[in-house]
Ligand binder design. Structure first.
Ligand SMILES: [Zn+2]
Length: 297
């Protein structure tokens, strides 16, 4: 009897513990033991994917998102573990991946990214933040406090996460999070697995080095790719992103050789076979023009 009473008390306490923790949102799922993905939630303007890894004593979050996204991530992290969020890794400095840094700093985290990403954040985020001032009322812009030159490794024997600088590509400071045990790769926007793909007209983009960066990532032997935006995939997501960028470079180069103008190429270069990236002709045009301007130099 006594043992049964103790057991039932234990069950009640256990249930209470789970109740206070609650259930994470439908966006969150455990993609490997202790490794979580929180998929984007566009109708809440949380446009980028994020993730976290539960180490023995702490949590490492991958991508801080916008401030409102950071709060949603924080909420979901708390529902998966009681461990503190000690580190947040920004794959790059763009707002949809890094402007939520302040929310995590307020919660006690240190923000890490590549040294180039840190420099980009200091140089480019103050004006970018100013542009979105209406959205960021009451929020704090926090730059990463730690910048690693090439690589930073978190390994406590239970999990290993390697942060590896692979840019320039989408930005100068692009870095990925690689989990060699689980063969999971968080790519940031080096890989975007959805229509209309990446905008190569972004002044941060370096298409030729981007292709090289993807070549490097394709050698990892990934089991799961978590792209910055879009659905999780495998090596084919990296290969598809690479093929799309390379097709623009090759098409533009061939067009320049034939004396075609940027406008002619934007109108005629057919990228529809590189769906989902190239499926949207109107969205391809600025990328084609930008690559043209770079190659024509
Ligand atoms: Zn993004």
């Amino acid at each position: 009897m006594r043992r049964a009473a103790l057991l039932s008390l234990f069950a009640v306490l256990l249930a209470a513990a789970y109740q206070t923790r609650g259930t994470p949102s439908a966006q969150t799922r455990e993609i490997a033991p202790g490794v979580f993905l929180r998929a984007a939630e566009p109708d809440k303007r949380i446009i980028a994917n994020a993730g976290w890894v539960v180490f023995r004593d702490y949590v490492l979050v991958i991508d801080a998102n916008y401030p409102w996204g950071a709060r949603a991530i924080l909420d979901d992290v708390r529902k998966t573990t009681d461990k503190p969020i000690r580190f947040v890794f920004d794959t790059h400095y763009h707002g949809d991946h890094a402007h939520g840094n302040g929310v995590f700093v307020a919660a006690g985290a240190t923000i890490v990214c590549s040294a180039d990403c840190l420099a980009e954040s200091r140089r480019k985020n103050p004006p970018a933040w100013e542009k979105s001032a209406a959205d960021y009322k009451g929020e704090t812009l926090e730059h990463p406090q730690v910048g690693f030159p090439e690589r930073m490794v978190f390994d406590d024997g239970t999990h290993r996460v390697e942060l590896i600088k692979v840019g320039p590509g989408h930005t100068l400071g692009d870095a990925v999070a690689w989990l060699p045990k689980e063969r999971i790769l968080f790519t940031g926007d080096l890989c975007v697995n959805k229509r209309p793909g990446n905008n190569l007209a972004d002044p941060d983009a370096d298409p030729e080095h981007w292709v090289q960066a993807l070549d490097g990532l394709m050698k990892y032997g990934v089991a799961q790719v978590i792209p910055g935006h879009g659905q999780p995939g495998g090596n084919e997501a990296l290969a598809g992103q690479r093929a799309y960028i390379q097709a623009i470079i090759d098409g533009v180069r061939a067009g320049i050789g034939k004396g075609q103008t940027a406008d002619q190429l934007a109108d005629t270069l057919d990228l529809s076979m590189y769906a989902p990236w190239g499926a949207d002709k109107a969205r391809n045009a600025p990328s084609i023009r930008a690559v043209y301007a770079k190659l024509k130099r």
